[in-house]
Write a new protein. Structure first.
Length: 244
């Protein structure tokens, strides 16, 4: 998924910013050694942080439908991850760097949402869009200056780009066999030995006086919902108790 986000950003910059210009696109860490080896105008996108977007995590599994229209399984929904890039421009003149950064900022603002058709690889094969945010304030636990210090480079103007991408987990479980018969329901009282005392569709109301503990007065209803005498459906037994 990460390399597909890289290619999506590369294509977006080539189309919206460069328009055939002779500017390279790099994803290397912009260290001092890299800057010394650079010999052409370059837009650098350095990926320095990857975190899951917990606010967009969905716990419910999505159903998988068979050709006949019934649920044949369930699949885990995509997870969403924030890929954070530091975007910098490298030329011989600061004015040219600012011009490239301005063009990148405009391109990202125009494409805050990318549909599957605008992305590559597995990102294009799933139905969810990606969300781009750029130049937002950083949280208190993060600083661009700390990133430059860790690389041993000199601080330069940069854009903080967050690419919120769906990640297809690909995990699925099969569903149970489809129900092919109707249910058969019956109601019985406690202590009847598991046998209904009345035929289907009949009702019995206990009207006797004090009874033994195993002969609790209870109203019973037995109803056959599905099946035939020769080909019965499933049977459910429901036992009713009097209210205290």
């Amino acid at each position: 998924m990460i390399e597909e986000v890289d290619e999506t950003l590369r294509g977006l910059i080539r189309t919206e910013v460069l328009s055939g210009g002779q500017v390279e696109i790099s994803f290397d860490a912009p260290t001092k050694d890299w800057a010394a080896r650079r010999n052409a105008p370059t837009i650098n996108l350095y990926l320095y942080d990857i975190r899951e977007d917990l606010a967009r995590r969905d716990a419910a599994w999505a159903p998988i439908y068979s050709a006949e229209g019934y649920v044949s399984g369930h699949q885990q929904p995509p997870r969403h991850y924030k890929l954070q890039y530091m975007v910098t421009a490298w030329t011989q003149r600061p004015e040219d760097e600012h011009r490239l950064l301005s063009a990148c900022l405009g391109a990202f603002l125009r494409h805050e949402t990318l549909g599957p058709a605008e992305m590559t690889g597995a990102l294009a094969d799933q139905p969810l869009p990606a969300i781009i945010s750029v130049a937002l304030p950083l949280g208190p636990d993060r600083s661009i200056a700390d990133v430059w210090s860790a690389m041993g480079g000199e601080l330069k103007p940069s854009l903080d780009l967050v690419f919120n991408a769906p990640f297809v987990v690909g995990r699925a479980i099969a569903a149970g066999a489809p129900v092919r018969e109707l249910a058969r329901l019956s109601v019985a009282r406690p202590g009847d030995g598991g046998k209904p005392e009345r035929p289907a569709g009949r009702a019995r109301v206990a009207t006797r006086g004090p009874l033994a503990p195993d002969d609790v007065p209870v109203t019973q209803d037995e109803t056959v919902v599905g099946g035939t005498p020769t080909k019965p459906g499933r049977t459910y037994r429901i036992r009713g108790y009097p209210r205290p």
